[in-house]
Write a protein that binds this ligand. Structure first.
Ligand code: PEP
Ligand code: MG
Length: 321
């Protein structure tokens, strides 16, 4: 098994008919990067920053955050790293940050909503990321965006972070790329509008599915309804990819669906070119890419998009694995 892993690791993820697909890693800390690269990742498609804020009794200050992002940037050795700004709230709480109890935490005060409400916390994280950006190919990604004005506000605070560093004579990459998670249905539906303001999208199917289907992703009682192959979910994902292509911005996927070999050809057929997942999932997805071609992926996709139910879709995809 480890021999096979080694062989796969150095193979470029390219289809039989020559289409290049990028496979990246989802990580939460620098310690995961060795394993990520050993499994064949070409960069970090999602750095979840919540871990840095957990297991402690106060917010990490700018220097501490800077050290963390700098280590990640250096370990990436020039490969791209997408850093997602903090995504607390929902199921993730912090012992030292008193979030009010809510009836619907997943619909509540979380992620970018907290950051825009507390620019003091947000700007600290942005300045730390900017300072680290001179050490590697860092990009910034905002989670839980639901509309255009949140992007504009977040970008305004990013500009403030930049001006503040300039005044302090601190170096940073002034052209750092900014992207957003597409994980709320309104953002997916208005992808054409949002695409004009960012340089990339990353489709977060974990939240996108729960919001499209109105199924709490943590509730086991209804887990059978949590279904990425529901035609409604597939239509919306396909729409986002299509709009990204039309508006010429990069689109990747960092939700669990990207790690599911059953979905690989279908997503390739929709035009997805970057899949980001936890390290151990990479080899299986890479194998599918290496042994198939885009023509077949396109056919699979057109067939699936005509189907009426996820049961039908799943059984068809299983036959075409
Ligand atoms: C997602 O929602 O798909 C995602 C990648 O983010 P998280 O699982 O951290 O909410
Ligand atoms: Mg999410």
């Amino acid at each position: 098994h480890s021999e096979e892993l080694k062989l796969l690791k150095d193979k470029t993820a390219i289809t039989l008919d020559g289409t290049r697909i990028t496979l990246s890693g989802n990580i939460s800390e620098a310690g995961e990067m060795d394993s990520m690269f050993n499994h064949g990742a070409e960069g970090v498609g999602l750095l979840r920053t919540e871990m840095l804020f957990m297991d402690r009794n106060q917010f990490p200050d700018e220097d501490e955050q800077f050290e963390f992002y700098k280590t990640i940037a250096l370990n990436a050795k020039g490969k791209p790293v997408i850093i997602r700004t903090i995504d607390i709230g929902g199921d993730k709480s912090l012992p030292y940050f008193n979030l009010p109890a809510e009836l619907n935490p997943f619909l509540g005060y979380r992620a970018i909503r907290i950051c825009l409400d507390r620019p003091d916390l947000f700007i600290t994280q942005l300045k730390a990321i900017l300072r680290a950006s001179v050490y590697g190919g860092l990009k910034i990604m905002f989670p839980m965006i639901s509309n255009l004005s949140e992007i504009l506000e977040a970008k305004k605070i990013l500009e403030e972070a930049k001006s503040s560093l300039t005044q302090q004579n601190v170096n940073f990459n002034a052209d750092i790329e900014v992207g957003i998670m597409i994980e709320i249905p309104s953002a997916a539906i208005t992808a054409d509008i949002l695409a004009r303001e960012v340089s990339f999208f990353s489709i977060g199917t974990n939240d996108l599915c729960q919001y499209i289907l109105a199924v709490d992703r943590m509730n086991e009682k209804i887990s059978h309804l949590y279904d990425p192959f529901n035609p409604g979910v597939l239509r919306l994902i396909s729409h986002v990819i299509e709009q990204s292509q039309k508006h010429n911005i990069h689109v990747g996927m960092c939700g669990e669906m990207a790690a599911d070999p059953l979905a690989t050809q279908l997503l390739m057929g929709m035009g997805l070119k970057e899949f980001s997942m936890s390290a151990t999932s990479i080899p299986a997805v890479k194998k599918i890419i290496l042994s198939n071609n885009m023509e077949k992926a396109g056919e699979i996709c057109s067939k699936v998009m005509q189907m009426n139910s996820s049961a039908e879709i799943i059984s068809y995809l299983e036959q075409n694995l």
